[in-house]
Design a protein around this ligand. Structure first.
Ligand code: NDP
Length: 325
């Protein structure tokens, strides 16, 4: 038998419950993983609250983890029982001692990445890979605005931008978060609780504004973000921490300077086995070279997943959080 966290109705963290289940046998093309560490991500909160619908209730939760393969289905060739692996996509259910998912979503872990580091960074690191290397292929020399710069995704983005020679201006809600973002390689920070973001971007850039804005806050920052862009620049809206952006009149892109906008997701970029492997190679290489260090700042027992989600949702965390089965 195996422990998992599930929810039978959407709502606050109190809807999360522990269940004892028989781990699913892998079907053809699937693998079962004995999780050693599980990643906590804001998207888990979107599913729990119902902003993103789970396919069926009751449902497991979580899409990221690292551990050891303990069973393989027919036709699986690239991983075997006993392999150290990690994953960041696939069906909900990673908040568990065992998780069964398509083998195509699972990658072998190199020796230099431990389970906690993998669970803390796979989803966030691959997200930064596509944001900085694909959605807009930064070359160095650009100025970008990145919201939530001291968070899980933001902490990796600061380091990757620095390594590329990109000036990252990070928004944060406190001095401590500003210090952390600067330590991670941000070029400047803006504490939006004290400063006007658009005016500060104007000052910092000498009136030029930004080549790209990466906005995972959503509703609260949409218009501020558009106002921080150069003419014909790119708005990357990739999350909804404050609620989804909706009801947009597309004419606003004309009014703000013939802007471009995109709303990407990891699944849209790592949509084939080949693309997933290329993205992992790039991200794992950044860890191996020491250019990116993963800050596992918060660890909770799996049973305390609700507490961990509350801390993330209430802006109390920096860096990454893992749940330990
Ligand atoms: P974070 O660790 O970044 O936590 C979220 C941070 O957002 C908070 O710490 C807070 O930082 C900031 N924030 C601003 N406004 C709010 C608000 N109203 N409520 C809560 N937080 C707020 O989380 P993750 O690293 O897990 O994810 C970051 C974002 O990236 C999320 O929006 C997530 O959905 C998105 N994402 C998107 C992906 C994609 O492919 N599209 C993939 C992965 C993540 P501060 O206090 O400094 O403002």
């Amino acid at each position: 038998m195996s422990q998992r966290i599930q929810f039978a109705q959407t709502g606050g963290s109190e809807v999360l419950e522990r269940a004892t289940v028989t781990p699913a046998e892998p079907a053809a093309g699937e693998v079962r993983i004995a999780n050693k560490a599980v990643g906590l991500n804001f998207i888990d909160i979107y599913f729990r609250t119902g902003l993103y619908p789970a396919p069926a209730l009751p449902s497991g939760l979580g899409t990221e983890g690292a551990g050891v393969v303990d069973a393989v289905g027919e036709g699986v060739t690239h991983v075997s029982v006993g392999d150290r692996v990690a994953y960041a996509q696939g069906p909900l259910g990673a908040y568990a001692e065992h998780h069964t998912l398509p083998a195509a979503k699972v990658v072998k872990l190199p020796d230099f990445i431990d389970f906690e580091t993998a669970a803390a960074s796979m989803l966030k690191g691959l997200t930064v890979q596509y944001l900085l290397r694909q959605t807009y292929a930064l070359k160095g020399g650009e100025t970008i605005l990145f919201h939530a710069a001291a968070g899980g995704v933001g902490s990796i983005a600061c380091q990757w931008a620095k390594a590329l020679g990109v000036k990252l201006i990070g928004t944060v809600s406190s001095r401590d978060k500003a210090d952390l973002a600067m330590q991670n390689g941000a070029w400047a920070t803006i504490n939006y609780t004290e400063e006007d973001v658009v005016e500060r971007v104007r000052e910092l850039t000498g009136g030029e504004m930004c080549d790209v804005v990466y906005d995972s806050v959503g509703k609260d920052t949409w218009e501020v973000s558009l106002n921080c862009l150069k003419p014909r620049a790119l708005m990357v809206s990739f999350g909804n921490a404050s609620g989804p952006v909706d009801g947009v009149n597309i004419g606003i892109l004309n009014q703000k300077g013939s802007l471009f906008v995109t709303r990407p997701s990891l699944n849209g970029y790592a949509d084939t086995r080949e693309r997933l492997e290329i993205m992992c190679e790039d991200f794992f290489g950044m860890i191996e070279s020491g250019k990116i260090k993963i800050d596992v700042t918060n660890r909770y027992p799996l049973a305390d997943a609700g507490k961990a989600q509350d801390a993330l949702q209430n802006r109390q965390t920096t860096g990454s959080t893992v749940l330990l089965p």
